[in-house]
Write a protein that binds this ligand. Structure first.
Ligand code: AMP
Length: 185
């Protein structure tokens, strides 16, 4: 029997960021997803890195599953031409629908929303509520200050060293692709 398609949830900015490397990485990830025949699960918007990863994935033939709250349809330019679109009432529902429909999570550069999304899946993982792999793409060292903050939190006694077991840091999109293949088969 054919194996169900594997789904990769991408958390990333609703903006592009300043250095062009972030847009390039988002596009490259979209192509990786299509090449591997993985479905993109994301925030359904057509703005920032979100828009970049989705356009690249879609143009290379990947399935796209977008989830967006009704109140952000205009602000984040919700896409109606995805393979599937779920419009939720709340932000919490959005995160839940994205999470339950994914087999792995990738964190690209982003702002407060991306941090919120990352910490939610990290804390759920820390509590043993799921075992989905979480990958941080530390492209051009973007997330190095976050990793330093997590080390500080451990050093000050507010988390165990084992928190590092719950996410994997990769520096390049090819490394991320290798890790995803190892995790998803
Ligand atoms: P940002 O990283 O701030 O550019 O936001 C990235 C994405 O996360 C955007 O689509 C935001 O709407 C979304 N976002 C921000 N906060 C939340 C939240 N609490 N729950 C769900 N999505 C959120």
């Amino acid at each position: 029997m054919a194996r169900p398609i594997r789904s990769v949830c991408v958390f990333c900015g609703a903006r592009n960021g300043t250095p062009p490397a972030y847009v390039a990485a988002a596009r490259a990830l979209g192509a990786v997803l299509a090449d591997a025949n993985w479905r993109l699960v994301y925030g359904a918007g057509d703005v920032g890195l979100m828009g970049e990863v989705a356009r690249a994935a879609q143009s290379e033939g990947a399935e796209t599953f977008g989830v967006i709250p009704q109140h952000l349809m205009t602000r984040e330019v919700g896409r109606r031409d995805l393979t599937s679109l779920v419009v939720t009432e709340t932000m919490h529902e959005r995160k839940k629908v994205m999470f339950v429909n994914s087999d792995a999570i990738v964190v690209l550069p982003g702002g407060a929303g991306t941090l919120d999304e990352f910490f939610e899946v990290l804390t759920w993982r820390q509590l043993g509520l799921h075992g989905k792999p979480i990958f941080i793409l530390n492209i051009d060292g973007f997330w190095t200050p976050l990793l330093a903050l997590i080390s500080h939190v451990i050093a000050q006694g507010f988390a165990e060293e084992t928190i590092h077991h719950y996410f994997t840091v990769v520096e390049t999109v090819p490394d991320l692709a290798r890790e995803l293949h190892a995790a998803l088969g």
